[in-house]
Design a protein around this ligand. Structure first.
Ligand code: GH3
Ligand code: MG
Ligand code: MG
Ligand code: MG
Ligand code: MG
Length: 302
């Protein structure tokens, strides 16, 4: 585990470095507060910091305040303040500035070691919390079966893109895709096979679009694709690509090789008036999808 030592006195610094290396830490040194800030703000910088109170330029207290105000989420830095002061008001000042703990000079190595263990316990707890929060955030925004954006998220992606297109007077394009006769997959091969088909179709849709396009599960077997920087001509080409990419798939499920087709309602909206509701564009896409179904499926209608 990496640890920062911010200490202006070379001898103390060396002594601490040796002690900490003996404990198994990978030590990074800073001679003053500014250098410490620099090191701590690096993405893979140390998360544990042993900071001397008295330093030139930026002292330990200012450093604590600085670190706390620049704190990025998920990158908590545990600060152990090193001081020769032990008056009650100094201790209070140190903790209020943002230190997590303090240790007085001259320190006993075993006490330092124990206090650092406490810091690591806190850091690992924080890491668990951050991961749990990330997971919750992902679950709240993604579909559980396909891991695509869920309905709420793809709608807000679409809404944001629509507003951006209006501002920049660019065309806004969506594809509403619906698997053809999907009920028959469930009826003939079972619901689990149906789920596999949904996952595979979702994966293929993602691999058929560009990185900055967005694919979401809009409903049961319906997918909404928001394409950025796509005018009507390129939408035609891309809808056809996507249609044929799905039609040419062979999906292993329920001991069978399944294939499906999709129908697509394709809309390019070029803004002539501001603030057109997304819902009205999606209603047009839905109407186009309905035509694609009526005209025999496995096609895109614009
Ligand atoms: P069409 O070509 O007109 O779209 O016919 P369709 O059979 O695809 O359409 P329909 O709306 O009649 O049936 C959709 C089916 O999708 C019914 C529903 O049970 C199934 N479905 C929806 N969500 C899921 C899911 O998460 N898993 C599985 N296995 N099936 C699902
Ligand atoms: Mg000092
Ligand atoms: Mg239907
Ligand atoms: Mg369908
Ligand atoms: Mg449907």
């Amino acid at each position: 585990m990496k640890i920062l030592i911010a200490e202006d006195d070379p001898l103390s610094s060396l002594l601490m470095q040796r002690t900490l290396e003996k404990f198994g830490y990978e030590v990074v040194l800073a001679e003053d507060g500014h250098a410490a800030i620099e090191i701590l703000s690096q993405p893979d910088g140390p998360r544990l910091a042993l900071i001397d109170w008295m330093m030139p330029k930026l002292d330990g207290l200012e450093l604590c305040r600085e670190v706390r105000s620049a704190q990025r989420e998920g990158a908590y830095i545990y600060i152990l303040l090193l001081t020769s002061r032990q008056d009650a008001e100094d201790v209070v000042a140190g903790l209020e500035a943002g230190a997590d703990d303090y240790i007085t000079k001259p320190f006993h190595p075993a006490v330092l070691r124990a206090r650092l263990h406490t810091g690591r316990r806190i850091l690992s707890l924080e890491e668990t919390l951050v991961q749990a929060r990330e997971e919750m955030r992902f679950k709240a925004t993604h579909d559980a079966l396909t891991s695509l954006w869920n309905r709420g998220s793809i709608l807000s992606v679409a809404r944001n893109e629509l507003r951006r297109c209006e501002r920049e007077t660019r065309p806004f394009s969506v594809l509403l895709c619906d698997i053809d006769h999907f009920k028959q997959v469930n009826d003939n091969y079972g619901h689990l096979a149906g789920d596999i088909v949904l996952e595979e179709v979702g994966r293929r849709l993602v691999s058929s679009v560009r990185d900055y396009d967005a694919v979401g599960r809009y409903g049961g077997e319906e997918f909404l694709i928001v394409l950025s920087n796509c005018d009507e001509n390129s939408l035609r080409a891309r809808a056809e690509n996507i249609r044929s990419a799905i039609a040419s798939m062979s999906i292993q499920a329920a001991n069978a090789e399944l294939s499906v087709t999709i129908s697509i309602g394709a809309i390019t909206y070029s803004s002539s008036q501001p603030d057109v509701p997304l819902e009205s564009i999606l209603a047009q896409a839905d109407a186009a999808l309905y035509c694609a179904k009526a005209e025999g499926r496995d096609r895109a209608i614009f």
